[in-house]
Design a protein around this ligand. Structure first.
Ligand code: ADP
Ligand code: GN1
Ligand code: MG
Length: 380
């Protein structure tokens, strides 16, 4: 089981000693709502005025090779930064790693954990729940464009930071193992969720099956396209910067699009207890399609486009499977704030899968409309 460690001021100070602004820290506060790493917003005194940074401790239990993660992030951010060279807003269009005094992309604390420092992207924010189709479209366009910007980065140059990350059949096998072991004696309380997820085995295989049949290409993908991983500009509403780059590695475009469907089409939080609030809203889905197609442009193959309505279902299942596995194993992976947190999260995923299944044909209709809009734009 993983040990969840506290971030102490001493720990932050020992890291900051390795950076140029070491003596000017005003304050450091926990930031964001991620489940894996620890994020802090720092304010430092820069010649009399405060300047913000993001400081993150990489979760070494989950990312077993943090230097490889940072090598990937360095490659990816440099590749994107080159494409923005000369643009007045260049430093808000991709993450900028602040190097240590020795020029490294990360620092280690006395316990050996790795930390990284980024410039703070000001006048923009992330949303855990998106309430307007316009914002969903902006976020999806940013993720689509991100994939297009990385199309020229050779996949072989990237490390696989978590092997089999979006291998849904392997995730299902892990769930079966967890049910069998029932380490925490919790399986009985999750009967309905177990049954629901185990009965969708065929769906779990579809995208990887198409990939193995040569019908879906491997690309450089983000692999964690949660809506709160894109910064939306406060003034323009544009999705300006894709963040949280730990899992950028070779993958399938559909898992990226699917995660947007999972996190942007429902008005409820991922851990909502009132399940009647969880639903796939078609206007949001259509906005995601429009944005993603505009951002990724013509790089998507016709098979990828055809599978867009299915993508949300498979990753919502997969995420439900992961939450449930973690619940059965005693919560070693995802950060929790209450004992049944992972079970609650699994239940929202289950409800969302049902909602998607109820609306499959309407989702195909939305795809036809979005593709039609794109071709009209290209033709005119
Ligand atoms: P996690 O892996 O825990 O989700 P993220 O990298 O997504 O961590 O960061 C958590 C939150 O911190 C984000 O949702 C975002 O609001 C904020 N954040 C991250 N990087 C920056 C940045 N460079 N500038 C401003 N805010 C940021
Ligand atoms: C984790 O770190 P965060 O909150 O962005 C997880 C994703 C899950 C997500 C579910 C490395 O993302 O894969 O989809 O939680 N990241 C990792 O909310 O496992
Ligand atoms: Mg995040």
């Amino acid at each position: 089981m993983s040990v969840k460690r506290q971030v102490t001021r001493g720990c932050v100070e020992s890291v900051l000693r390795q950076y140029e602004m070491r003596s000017s820290l005003l304050d450091a506060v926990p930031y964001g709502s991620g489940h894996i790493n620890d994020t802090l917003a720092l304010r430092v005194d820069q010649a009399g005025s405060p300047l913000r940074y993001i400081l993150q401790r990489i979760n070494g239990q989950i990312f077993r090779d943090p230097p490889a993660v940072m090598e990937n992030i360095t490659r990816v951010t440099r590749h994107i930064a080159k494409q923005w060279e000369g643009h007045p807003d260049a430093t808000r269009r991709t993450l900028t790693i602040v190097p240590t005094l020795e020029g490294a992309a990360f620092a280690r604390d006395e316990r050996g954990d790795c930390w990284r420092l980024y410039l703070f992207i000001e006048d923009a924010r992330t949303y855990d729940i998106i309430d307007s189709p316009a914002r969903a479209q902006a976020a999806a366009q940013a993720f689509g464009f991100f994939m297009r910007q990385l199309a020229t980065l050779p996949a072989a140059e990237l490390h696989e930071t978590i092997p089999n990350f979006h291998n849904t059949p392997a995730r299902l096998a892990a769930l079966k193992r967890a049910i069998q072991e029932d380490r925490s004696g919790r399986a009985a309380s999750a009967r309905a969720e177990i049954e629901f997820l185990l009965s969708r085995e065929e769906d779990a295989h579809r995208l990887l099956g198409l990939h193995h049949a040569g019908r879906l290409p491997l690309r450089v993908t983000h692999n964690d396209c949660k809506l709160n991983n894109v910064m939306i500009d406060d003034a323009t509403g544009e999705g300006i910067c894709v963040i949280d780059l730990d899992t950028v590695m070779p993958g399938l475009a559909l898992y990226d699009f699917g995660d947007m469907v999972r996190t942007a089409t429902s008005p409820a939080a991922e851990d909502e207890k009132e399940l009647s609030r969880v639903q796939m809203q078609l206007p949001m889905f259509e906005a995601l399609l429009t944005g993603f197609l505009a951002g990724a442009g013509s790089m998507l193959t016709s098979e990828e486009v055809a599978q867009l309505p299915f993508a949300g279902k498979v990753i919502t299942m997969e995420t439900g499977i992961r939450f449930l596995t973690d619940f059965l194993d005693g919560d070693p992976y995802f950060r929790i704030a209450r004992p049944e947190h992972n079970l609650d999260r699994c239940r929202t995923q289950r409800r969302l899968v049902q909602s998607i299944e109820e609306q499959e044909s309407a989702m195909h209709g939305a795809l036809d409309r979005a593709v039609g809009k794109m071709s009209n734009m290209v033709a005119s």
